[in-house]
Design a protein around this ligand. Structure first.
Ligand code: KG4
Ligand code: ZN
Length: 348
């Protein structure tokens, strides 16, 4: 059989990434992270688009070079069509389409969240279907039932903030820089998770909610740890709040992380019970969190589930996950229009 070579491009947010995969095996996975946003405390869409324009050609060239694959031997170009920042998506999308047109190769449009799920197949190509995937990123929190690489269904999702936002917004309240998720993870390692107890939302179905947690942390810090409820008479001065945070940072991070992880894993367990599917997986940037990774493994051992977790490089945004998704869509002959006017909208 002739090998299938896919060149993939990811540009949905603030990472410009390119990867090459041959027959589902990742040969290169390059990424240019945009440092320009750090001083703004979050991603600035306009700056992200401009940085993608600067990075996209060198990143694609590097991915081809590292894979030792020549551009004319590529069978298809895969790219992130949506969801994401519209300007960022347009840069990657127009680049991918122009390349496909000039090479006379097919184009494959990839849904970013489907790609996060399929990142699990990069290192576990024989993974059993169906499986349930807890997909947790900066913009999404979903429970996905996966029947095959190209058939999946969202059976639960957040009704407000995403898990990554819960980490990042909590970190902001603690005065930590963006993105705060990895910092909470780091400080939590030396903290006591049972020191502060934050509430768990009671949502009946498989949906998630994180906005209440953020508010309870806000009130708790405003009262310098005296109460979770809003008590105007308890409001501490900014100096008192800072002193409280500094004295308790590791325990605060461990307690916040523990609550976010328990909200996620309780819903995953509920989904297993409801569907009877005991193959479980993690995906998305938040699956880099050590508390969540340990937690899912402990849960799998306790209840005899089978768990799969991608390596850290395949958890946060990357082009290898777009390449593997492109590969399965190529096998399924799911090609996209080369019309340069088409919009940034993808289907699973
Ligand atoms: O999937 P991703 O790279 O980008 C999106 O598609 O959103 O996810 C980014 C999110 C951010 O909110 C970031 O804080 C979070 O993933 N994140 C983490 C960790 N590493 C990344 N959150 C908690 N612990 C981590 N170790
Ligand atoms: Zn993502």
């Amino acid at each position: 059989m002739v090998p299938v070579r896919i060149l993939a491009i990811e540009s949905s947010c603030d990472e410009t990434a390119a990867a090459v995969c041959v027959d589902g095996k990742i040969l290169s996975n390059e990424i240019a992270t945009q440092a320009v946003h750090a001083k703004f405390g979050g991603v600035v869409p306009e700056l992200a688009s401009r940085a993608h324009l600067q990075h996209i050609v060198p990143v694609v060239e590097l991915a081809l070079q590292k894979a030792t694959v020549s551009i004319d031997t590529i069978d298809a170009i895969a790219y992130t069509q949506s969801p994401g920042l519209i300007g960022s998506l347009l840069v990657g999308g127009q680049f991918a389409k122009s390349l496909a047109l000039s090479l006379g190769k097919p184009l494959i449009a990839v849904h970013h969240m489907q790609a996060h799920v399929l990142a699990n197949l990069i290192e576990h190509p024989t993974m059993a279907f169906p499986f349930l995937c807890l997909t947790v990123s900066g913009g999404h929190t979903q429970l996905v039932k996966c029947e095959s690489p190209t058939h999946m269904e969202v059976i639960g999702e957040t009704i407000d903030d995403a898990a990554g936002e819960a980490f990042d917004k909590s970190a902001k309240l603690l005065g930590l820089p963006y993105p705060g998720g990895p910092l909470i993870d780091r400080y939590a390692k030396t903290g006591r998770a049972d020191r502060f107890v934050f509430p768990e939302p009671q949502i009946a179905n498989l949906d998630f909610s994180f906005s209440g947690l953020k508010t309870s942390i806000l009130y708790f810090l405003q009262n310098a740890g005296k109460s979770h409820a809003y008590h105007p008479e308890l409001i501490a001065t900014p100096q008192e709040q800072r002193a409280f945070i500094d004295a308790n940072l590791a325990d605060l991070c461990a307690s916040i992380q523990q609550r976010i992880v328990s909200i996620l894993l309780h819903k995953l367990k509920k989904a297993v019970v409801m569907t009877g599917i005991k193959n479980i997986a993690l995906a998305g940037g938040v699956s880099a969190n050590s508390g969540l990774r340990n937690g899912i493994q402990q849960m799998a051992a306790q209840y005899h589930y089978h768990s799969t977790i991608p390596s850290l490089a395949y958890c946060t945004d990357n082009a290898a996950m777009i390449a593997i998704t492109g590969y399965y869509k190529y096998l399924d002959k799911q090609f996209a229009s080369l019309d340069l006017r088409s919009t940034a909208k993808a289907t699973w």
